[in-house]
Design a protein around this ligand. Structure first.
Ligand code: PEP
Ligand code: MG
Length: 830
């Protein structure tokens, strides 16, 4: 295997690509590599090679090493807009350079003032032929220090352009202001790779394979230039037209290169705690423990395609048997295993592995190549939910490699009661940890909706994600306090703070045991008013069973979209009926509120091709998606009608009564056809529009349910998935509270029950506030129910009302949080 060491072209701080504040680099659209935040002002050659491209605005240089590796260095972010100002070239295109030779000088101060960032990605752009291993990141580097190694993967996956005389051509004028620089080139290359014919892009007297972003950039195409797209057979006409369309669309592409929000570590709390995003609530005290899954070493060459193919197939069969066994056990681990089973036989994955096997690679090498190829494609979609499935792919890669006999690397047993710190964690790694071992988990990266986060919630392990890389600097064995209710991790606290946390832990455990013992009783306020406490479910028998054990009096929100995700087509009517009935059976006659499909926005459904949307959260989502696809709505309504007596229908993302009336018509029509009565119909209050029109909606429906996650998102105009805003998007903001109060008033006027099924109902601090605003039902995550029921039983309505009144008059969510944490002197039952 050929290896090439890349040396740092700059002095500074090295980091992984995902920390570059530009999605082109963060999502590795141009390739994998390392980024350096420079402290010096001269860019040096990272290896020997030929200068193959210099951006017209002098901010980016690409080299080609003799082994074919193409390395792009892009100085700063958004620097194309400087049009060369502050850059001085020290080499010319075509020149041969040696590692360490100076290539480019730049004005560090000017860039610091005018560019979005100084961070300089160094990426290998022909990632189909070379992969980056051993990246040395999160450290100070000097010019010439080893940054990473490029390993050759053998034959190029992209063949060279077919050549010959063009048969079909189309010319297009590039309207994008800065021409074909990094971002447009990455986008064109991504499209070109999906086209079934090799094409050529010609401009300025030269030609390039559009599947290579570097080749495109090296044409030096500027805004206003004309380029010609050529195909080499009549059948390629469609592909030519398609690529021309993409070039034309570049005009509307924003000139600013950075689209992704930067992902710095969240600021530390005043006491020095690290902050993270809450993925599973709870509190833990214990020593920290680092588990780094070592990269499994795999030989490239195989012992003959047939033997390697047979070995891969036997390893997959072994993994399949293990996954099927786990899937049969059910629960969250079973669900993850089912997702892995789907991937294990994925046609794209198998085709990629077969290509590598046919090229003489080993079974392990072929499987890794296939998994990483698909992982890159998922990441490049830019879709947060799909990108989270990358974990599943990498997890499956590891499982198959271990089944092939590769050494997974010796991992120390996890000490009991430890807080696991890791960059990321794979679902199977968590499943493999014996129950009761981990006290908590904190991840530097990760998302709160990933499979591993769902698993941690079901296993009752407190967990924070997106804490930032500072987390990884905490020495293993350091005592730490993980407060996954407040979103903080405090390492090495003073002895008295640690002792207090340990006391709190004991108190919490005792309180939890008491709460659970009392959880099966119907829930009433101390002042006597009945408050129903329901559970939010994702529709598995396991979570419904857990909810009943925890004292749920019914299900206040069954998120049916989980039934529609991670599959190739929508579930048909009978599959839906069976799924809803399974949950109803576990609830044995308790109320079951089933929400119609809440697709779109942050919950895209792969087989539901939505029109392209600039702003999906404000686009076709929730009830709008269902009304846009009446076939899906009709099938779901029929299934809900057939699911049984206790079922109620809840409609997501309602904005006015016209939407409710449209659905009611479908319910009545289908009910008449089936000879079944219409079940109660409810509207979710998730938009300010619905909250402001709640009196009209209350008159129209049988019940209201407030989705505080979305209501906060749309009221505060803060994306609920935005890592940087995560700490600020809080449903106790007075603006949201006032809307909730108005909804409760409207519901009371029309004598309709009003529930909260968003995250606020699982937040013990917020519960008295919700009750004081007039909420009559809470639907929480199953494990939070015992605490919530005990809390409700300790409140009096008058004290809750007084608290709510005060909170609504405050100016910010921080002020409301302070009020909620302050000791209360009003009448509260003991
Ligand atoms: C909400 O928005 O509060 C809600 C319950 O719906 P979801 O979180 O599924 O969007
Ligand atoms: Mg919602």
């Amino acid at each position: 295997m050929t290896e090439l060491v890349l040396r740092s072209p700059l002095a500074g701080w090295s980091s992984p690509p995902e920390e570059v504040p530009d999605e082109v680099f963060a999502k590795r659209m141009l390739g994998d590599g390392v980024a350096v935040d420079p402290v010096g002002n001269v860019l040096h050659a990272p290896c020997d090679g030929e200068v193959i491209s210099i951006a017209a605005s002098r901010h980016a240089i690409a080299l080609r090493h003799a082994n074919g590796a193409e390395i792009l260095m892009h100085v700063g972010i958004d620097t194309v807009g400087l049009a060369g100002e502050g850059f001085e070239l020290l080499v010319r295109k075509g020149e041969r350079v040696h590692a360490g030779d100076p290539l480019l000088k730049f004005d560090l101060d000017l860039l610091a003032r005018k560019a979005a960032s100084l961070v300089t990605p160094i990426v290998v752009t022909n990632g189909d032929r070379f992969r980056v291993v051993g990246a040395r990141v999160n450290r100070t580097v000097a010019v010439g220090d080893e940054l990473c190694v490029l390993e050759s993967m053998g034959a190029a996956a992209i063949e060279t352009v077919a050549g010959g005389a063009p048969v079909v051509t189309e010319s297009v004028v590039v309207r994008h202001a800065h021409g074909i620089h990094a971002r447009p080139a990455a986008m064109l290359a991504r499209h070109a790779k999906t086209l079934p014919f090799p094409l050529e892009v010609r401009a300025r007297g030269r030609g390039a394979d559009p599947r290579s972003a570097v080749a495109l950039m090296s044409l030096g195409i500027r805004g206003g230039d004309e380029l010609v797209i050529a195909g080499f057979s009549p059948a390629a006409a469609g592909a030519v037209a398609e690529l021309a369309r993409v070039v034309r669309e570049l005009e509307s592409m924003p000139v600013r290169e950075s689209a992704a929000p930067p992902q710095p570590a969240a600021p530390r709390a005043a006491d020095g705690s690290l902050r993270g995003v809450i993925a599973s609530r709870g509190f833990a005290v214990g020593p920290t423990y680092h588990r780094q899954s070592a990269e499994i070493v795999v030989a490239e060459g195989g012992g003959g395609a047939d033997a390697e193919r047979a070995a891969l197939s036997a390893a997959r069969a072994g993994v399949r048997a293990k996954l099927e066994q786990r899937a049969r056990v059910g629960g969250a681990a079973g669900e993850v295993s089912e997702a892995h089973l789907e991937l294990l036989d994925d046609a794209t994955l198998l085709a990629a592995a077969e290509r590598a096997l046919a090229a003489g690679k080993s079974a392990g090498f072929a499987w890794r190549f296939a998994a990483r190829d698909s992982a890159r494609a998922l990441e490049a979609t830019g879709d947060a939910l799909l990108a989270e499935r990358v974990d599943d792919l990498l997890d499956l890669e590891r499982q198959v490699l271990i089944a092939l006999g590769h050494d997974a690397g010796a991992t120390q047993p996890i000490p009991r009661g430890a807080i696991l710190l890791a960059r990321d964690l794979k679902p199977s790694e968590l499943i493999d940890v014996a129950p009761g071992t981990l006290a908590g988990i904190a991840l530097a990266a990760g998302g709160p909706t990933s499979h591993v986060a769902i698993l941690a919630g079901v296993m009752g392990i407190p967990m924070l994600v997106a804490v930032g890389d500072e987390l990884l600097g905490i020495v293993g064995g350091t005592p730490a306090i993980l407060n996954a209710d407040a979103g903080t991790l405090r390492a090495a606290p003073p002895a008295e703070v640690l002792a207090a946390a340990e006391r709190e832990l004991v108190q919490r455990r005792e309180a939890r045991a008491r709460d659970l013992a009392a959880a099966q009783r119907p829930c009433r306020l101390a002042s006597g008013e009945r408050i129903e406490v329901f559970a939010n479910l994702v529709g598995t028998v396991a979570d419904a069973t857990l909810a009943v054990q925890q004292g749920a009096e019914g299900c206040g929100l069954l998120r049916t979209e989980f039934l529609f995700l991670d599959r190739a087509c929508a579930p048909d009517e009978s599959e839906q009926v069976a799924a809803y009935k399974r949950v109803a059976d576990v609830l044995t006659g308790k109320p079951l509120v089933i929400r119609t499909l809440d697709a779109g926005g942050d919950k895209p459904i792969p087989y539901l091709p939505m029109p392209a949307e600039d702003n999906p959260a404000l686009g076709l989502r929730g009830i709008r998606t269902s009304l846009w696809r009446p076939d899906l709505l009709e099938t779901q309504i029929r299934a809900l009608l057939r699911a049984g007596d206790g079922c109620r229908i809840l409609l997501p993302m309602i904005t006015d009564i016209a939407e409710v009336r449209s659905v009611r018509r479908v319910v009545e029509e289908q009910g008449a056809k089936l000879g079944l009565p219409a079940p109660p119909l409810g509207a979710m209050i998730e938009t300010p529009a619905a909250a402001l029109l709640a009196d009209q909606l209350a008159a129209e429906v049988d019940f209201l349910s407030i989705g505080t996650n979305d209501l906060a998102q749309y009221t505060l105009a803060m994306d609920r998935g935005h890592a940087e805003l995560a700490a600020r998007i809080d449903g106790v903001h007075p603006a949201v509270l006032r809307l909730i109060g108005a909804v409760c008033e409207a519901a009371a006027k029309h004598r309709r029950p009003v529930a909260v099924c968003g995250g606020l109902a699982s937040d013990p601090d917020a519960v008295p506030l919700l009750l004081g605003l007039g909420v009559t039902e809470l639907s929480a995550v199953p494990t939070a129910i015992p605490r919530i029921k005990a809390l409700v039983a300790a409140q009096s309505l008058s004290a809750c009302r007084a608290l709510a009144q005060k909170a609504c008059a405050l100016p910010s969510s921080e002020a409301v949080r302070a009020l909620l944490q302050a000791p209360r002197t009003e009448e509260v039952a003991s």
